[in-house]
Structures are given as structure tokens and as C-alpha cells.
Design a protein around this ligand. Structure first.
Ligand code: SAH
Ligand code: SF4
Ligand code: F3S
Length: 450
């Protein structure tokens, strides 16, 4: 067997693409290895969402290229969003790269490898914007090999034009995957051992089973998956606040399989900043949707993404963001310093005028606020019992299991590894900033869930 080393950067979309690439490569006789040194093929599935992510990918590729200087028989492939952004130009910097391919051309991988074997380099960089020409990867792991929690692609691309964001230019236009195909894949994953799926899309809330705006939306898709497959938990990411409609909110209320958690990126809390980000909603609209979501289901958890230091963000705008965070009471949040991305509206037409030290100060103030809100919300759960999907052993503590509650909180509890893959009742007895501690409820114990 040949060996492939694959390094994945960025979002769940890339994680998903890596899993599919490994399945494709298994068909070509490749086994995964965790060591660069013993690989015949090294793949870098890259991200360019912020400058730092881009640098990280480039420096890892640099390491691989050095290794190839010592062992010329290694094949180096670069894929993902840096590959799409930089294209064949990447070879100017690193002539040793054999293959460069974009996120829409993963299925071409066997053919690209064949071209390299017969000498030379191979690239596949076109974005596919036409639904009839786009094929979603449908390979599913064999029985017993499926991840407990699996990603399933619902759509690709993004038609939004958030002024800071490079994603539309590297992932192309939206194409929704036919609902039958998605239901079939979830069914196959459930049969192969998965308990939970996360439906993926850059703006998954824009999902439509038909062409353009026609057909069933995300709520209908979730209903079908819940009704037609054996999967126990359904999640989706990432939705856009503007696309959260009453039907989807109703699904949270009515569908037990849909987990009571939504990751709903708000980005900023000032109307002025939201407008220059071209997000298409106001602070009030976001607050209204978030409170409807909270009311839809008990224990509903809302998490978010935030950007600090966007061009023109004043101290007052930043205060508006903090106030909005308090208003919504996010359960947790990811926050980033604004990073200008080439070709975006904000980078080309606006001045990156918030000084780095102000960005840093705002970021740490925001994170401190979120930390205290997360802890308060976690502490409020002490004493309650919730169902936890045991996903693995706890890397920090021997004899402990790490699991995920339906509300997406991580819980650590003492347990036997034989329960991995099971959904078990766990009583919460301690809270941290980003996780909970608990104890398994034993058989015969009366379990009254809150
Ligand atoms: N498609 C998803 C998320 C895309 S990227 C969505 O729309 O929600 C994940 C997060 O990275 C974004 O939510 C945003 O907070 C952040 N991000 C994107 N571009 C950025 C930039 N140029 N600078 C800083 N953060 C950025
Ligand atoms: Fe980027 Fe906006 Fe699309 Fe998200 S919705 S991927 S932030 S353009
Ligand atoms: Fe990064 Fe591309 Fe995802 S830029 S965040 S890997 S879509």
C-alpha cells in the first residue's frame, strides 16, 4: 500500500473534503499516515479565510518542499482555498508542488495523480457554477468505519457578498445538492454506524432542493432526514441570520432529532458596521430572530462568530457589539481580528484603519465578556441531566470519556470506553469556561431531564 499524509486547515467544509479525499484515495491504494516522513503523497487542504490561516498553510507546504528536496519520489498536492486563490502561481514560490487543485475538483484527484505518475505536474482549478455539471462526492465509509459524528454536504459555494469575506471567490456560486442524495447518504452513514450528522454549507440556510429558489428549503430537508433515516441527531452549519425563517424556527420546536443548538454568526452589533460588512440585517433583526430561536425549544443554545476592528469600527460601535452580546447572551463565540483579504470589497475599497493594538484590546475585552457569560450559562446547568453522545476517550484524564450534549456542549465524565458511540444520560456536576464535567447516571436511577 502507498501512504498519504494529509494536513487539513480551516473549516468543517475542509474537514469534510478531507474525509472524502481519503475515501477516494483508498480506492487508489493509499492508506493514511500521520507522518510526513513515511508518506508517498502529501496533501495540504488549505484555508485562506484570514491572513494567518494563509501563512500557516504556506509554511507547512514549505516544510514538505524541504522534505522533497531530500526524497524526490514524494508527490506534493495542494488543494482547498489557498490552491483556488493562488492557482498555478503557487508554483512560482514552490516549483516542487506536483498537483494544485481547487475544492470543486476533488473528484479529479485520481486522474491528476495518474498525470503526475507519467511525468510532469497537474492542475485542476476551475470552479463549477452550473448545477447540471456539479457532482457531489457520495462515497460513504464501510460499515463499522463511519465516524460517530459525520459531516454531510448539503450545498456548496456562497452567493452572499459579505464585504470582508474571501469564501465566495474561492468556493464559487451556491449549488444545492439534490435532497434524495443527501437523505441517501445520511441513511448509509447511519447504517455504517454514525449517530449524528451535521449538514454543511457556507450558507446552509439558503438550501433549496430545486433549481435556484425553487423546491424544499433546509427545514424540509431536515424533516425528510429525520423521517426517512435512522440517524439520531441532526445539526447544520453555518446558517445566515437573514435566512432564518419561521419554518426553520418551527423545526427546532417540532423535531426532536434536530439538536437545540444553532451557530449563528452575527459578526458585529453596530448597524453601521453591519451595513458596511454588507450582512443585510440590522442588530434588531438579529436580536428578534435569536430570541425566537431561544423560545422555540427549552435549552436552546446559540453560538456565534464576531469580527473586531472592521474598517471604520469606532469605540462606540465596539460597545454596541458588547451590548448586543449581553442582550443575546451567546452560549459561546469565536472572535477574530479583521484581516483584509485580497480581492474583497473591504480590502480593495476600505481603509484598514483600526490600529493593531486597538484590535487586540477589543478582542481580549470581547473574549473576557464571552468567557464570563459562557461560564454563567454553564454553571446554570449544574445539577441537570442531559443526553450525551460519547465521542471518545478524554485525552487529558485517564478513565474519562468526552461527549457532546445535544446543545453542543462538551462534557467530560468517568466511564468505560465501551460506551463510545452510545447516547447516555449524564448529570452535570461542574462547569468550566468551555466545557462541563459530569457523571454517568446509572441504570435504575430515575432520570428526569430538565
Ligand atoms: N460561512 C460562514 C462562515 C465563514 S468563515 C458564515 O457566513 O457564517 C468563518 C468566520 O470567519 C466568519 O463568520 C467570520 O467571523 C470570520 N471571517 C471571515 N472573513 C474574515 C476576515 N476577513 N477577517 C476576520 N475574520 C473573518
Ligand atoms: Fe462569507 Fe458571508 Fe458567505 Fe459566510 S455568508 S461565507 S461570511 S460571504
Ligand atoms: Fe477557510 Fe475555505 Fe473554509 S477559506 S474557512 S477552508 S471555505
Amino acid at each position: 500500500m502507498k501512504k498519504v499524509y494529509i494536513k487539513t486547515f480551516g473549516c468543517q467544509m475542509n474537514e469534510h473534503d478531507t474525509v472524502k479525499m481519503l475515501l477516494i484515495l483508498a480506492g487508489e491504494g493509499y492508506l493514511e499516515t500521520g507522518s510526513m516522513e513515511e508518506a508517498d503523497l502529501m496533501l495540504f487542504n488549505t484555508c485562506t479565510i484570514r491572513e494567518k490561516a494563509h501563512h500557516k498553510a504556506i509554511s507547512e507546504i514549505g516544510r514538505a518542499v524541504q522534505l522533497k528536496g531530500l526524497r524526490s519520489d514524494i508527490t506534493i498536492g495542494v488543494c482547498g482555498c489557498v490552491a483556488q486563490q493562488e492557482g498555478a502561481g503557487l508554483r512560482k514560490r514552490y516549483p516542487m508542488i506536483d498537483i494544485i487543485f481547487g475544492p470543486d475538483r476533488i473528484l479529479a484527484l485520481p486522474e491528476l495523480l495518474m498525470r503526475v505518475r507519467s511525468g510532469g505536474t497537474a492542475d485542476a482549478l476551475d470552479l463549477i457554477d452550473d448545477r447540471s455539471n456539479y457532482r457531489f462526492m457520495d462515497k460513504v465509509p464501510a460499515e463499522g468505519c463511519a465516524p460517530i459524528s459525520a459531516f454531510v454536504l448539503a450545498m456548496k459555494g456562497c452567493n452572499c457578498s459579505c464585504s470582508y469575506c474571501i469564501v465566495p471567490s474561492v468556493r464559487g456560486r451556491e449549488i444545492s445538492r439534490p435532497a434524495d442524495e443527501i437523505v441517501e447518504e445520511v441513511g448509509a452513514l447511519a447504517r455504517a454506524g454514525s449517530r449524528e450528522v451535521t449538514l454543511l454549507g457556507q450558507n446552509v440556510s439558503a438550501y433549496r432542493s430545486g433549481d435556484g429558489r425553487r423546491g424544499e428549503g433546509l427545514a424540509g430537508l431536515i424533516r425528510r432526514i429525520a423521517g426517512e433515516t435512522e440517524i439520531e441527531r441532526i445539526r447544520f452549519t453555518s446558517p445566515h441570520p437573514l435566512f432564518i425563517n419561521d419554518e426553520l424556527i418551527g423545526e427546532f420546536a417540532d423535531n426532536e432529532k434536530l439538536c437545540p443548538h444553532i451557530h449563528l454568526p452575527v459578526q458585529a452589533g453596530s448597524d453601521k458596521v453591519l451595513k458596511s460588512m454588507k450582512r443585510g440585517y440590522t442588530r434588531d433583526l438579529f436580536i428578534e430572530r435569536a430570541s425566537k430561536l431561544r423560545e422555540s425549544r427549552s435549552g436552546m443554545s446559540i453560538t456565534t462568530d464576531l469580527i473586531v476592528g472592521f474598517p471604520g469600527e469606532s469605540g462606540r460601535d465596539f460597545e454596541d457589539t458588547l451590548n448586543m452580546m449581553r442582550r443575546v447572551g451567546f452560549d459561546s463565540a469565536f472572535a477574530f481580528k479583521y484581516s483584509p483579504r485580497p480581492g474583497t470589497w473591504a480590502a480593495e475599497g476600505m481603509c484598514d484603519d483600526v490600529p493593531t493594538d486597538a484590535k487586540e484590546r477589543r478582542l481580549s475585552e470581547l473574549l473576557a465578556l464571552q468567557r464570563s457569560m459562557s461560564r454563567d450559562r454553564n454553571e446554570a446547568l449544574v445539577g441537570t441531566i442531559g443526553d450525551v453522545l460519547a465521542v471518545g476517550t478524554d485525552r487529558m484524564r485517564k478513565g474519562f470519556i468526552t461527549g457532546r450534549r445535544a446543545d453542543n456542549r462538551i462534557v467530560h465524565f468517568a466511564g468505560n470506553p465501551s460506551i463510545i458511540g452510545d447516547i447516555v444520560p449524564v448529570r452535570i456536576n461542574g462547569a468550566n469556561d468551555n466545557s462541563l464535567n459530569g457523571e454517568l447516571c446509572h441504570d435504575g436511577e430515575e432520570v428526569q431531564r430538565s
